[in-house]
Design a protein around this ligand. Structure first.
Ligand code: 2HA
Ligand code: ZN
Length: 274
């Protein structure tokens, strides 16, 4: 047995590779983090490094996540290489008792640190854990080309994006009935984008980053990857539809959206409907 035989590591690695295969992770683009269940931490303990690396302050505090363990992609690492060399590309980190610092307990065998967006992921784990009674485990950021394309031509409002995406494929209102939040263009990796994303993630499980990509959360890899995939596919249909240059003759009406919600037992954000 080794760390890489653990089911949770296999599923983390598979998710990274699935994102690579979708074309969402050019070079070192994107990042993924997973908050481990206590039983998964116990299973992992025999494989952690004998000597933990030093504590690193994050510049943000999430006191509800004190003492938790995360799997994270590494800063500057390529999703393309995760499947080939997970011990170099990934890490397991532990959060301290104040919830303001981390230390690496496994991985990054050639040195390095967790993703540049780790403070953003950590704060959003904190916000989403609070918003979902602890159910959120996965935060995933990808450079999804069609969502990015939309951010050049649609007003950057939660309402405009949610409506356009809901109406671009019939399953969408079922998959993300709460809609999506939109964060204006910001410098990546900093405190500002972390805070702005947190504000959106108090209400939404997905946030569009203008001219950059998409940021999503969920309880497991299937649901979270599926949310990324569904939103990006809907954006692709929107872009394809606009690219025909032909006038739109019909779409899903707002009453149509309401009917889908009723049939599938989900609650749409009514303020986004006409
Ligand atoms: O990991 O995607 O947003 C590089 C990025 C930063
Ligand atoms: Zn990015």
């Amino acid at each position: 047995m080794s760390m890489l035989d653990l089911d949770i590591m296999k599923r983390f690695i598979r998710t990274c590779n699935d994102g690579w295969l979708q074309g969402w992770h050019e070079r070192n683009g994107g990042n993924l983090t997973y908050r481990l269940f206590p039983a998964e931490v116990e299973e992992m303990k025999p494989f952690l490094d004998a000597e933990p690396r030093p504590w690193v302050p994050m510049g943000v505090t999430g006191s509800n996540l004190a003492g938790e363990f995360f799997i994270a992609t590494g800063s500057g690492k390529f999703f393309r290489n995760v499947i080939l060399d997970p011990e170099d590309s990934l890490c397991v980190v532990e959060i301290n008792e104040k919830g303001d610092s981390y230390r690496v307990r496994w991985g990054l065998v050639h040195g390095g640190r967790p993703t540049s967006e780790f403070p953003t992921h950590f704060m959003n784990h904190s916000v989403r854990a609070a918003a979902t009674g602890g159910a959120t485990r996965v935060i995933y950021h990808a450079h999804t080309p069609n969502v990015i394309a939309m951010t050049y031509v649609l007003p950057l409002t939660d309402r405009d994006f949610s409506r356009a995406l809901w109406k671009s494929a019939t399953e969408c209102p079922v998959v993300f009935p709460g809609g999506v939040g939109v964060v204006p263009w910001m410098v990546p990796g900093g405190a500002d984008i972390a805070l702005a994303t947190c504000e959106k993630m108090k209400e939404f499980e997905a946030a569009v980053w203008a001219q950059h990509g998409l940021f999503v959360s969920g309880p497991d890899f299937d649901i979270t990857f599926g949310l990324m995939h569904t939103i990006e596919k809907s954006a692709q249909i929107w872009v394809l539809q606009k690219s025909t240059g032909l006038p739109e003759l019909q779409t899903i009406t707002d009453d149509g959206l309401r009917a889908i919600a009723k049939e599938f037992g989900v609650t749409l954000r009514e303020e986004f409907l006409g």
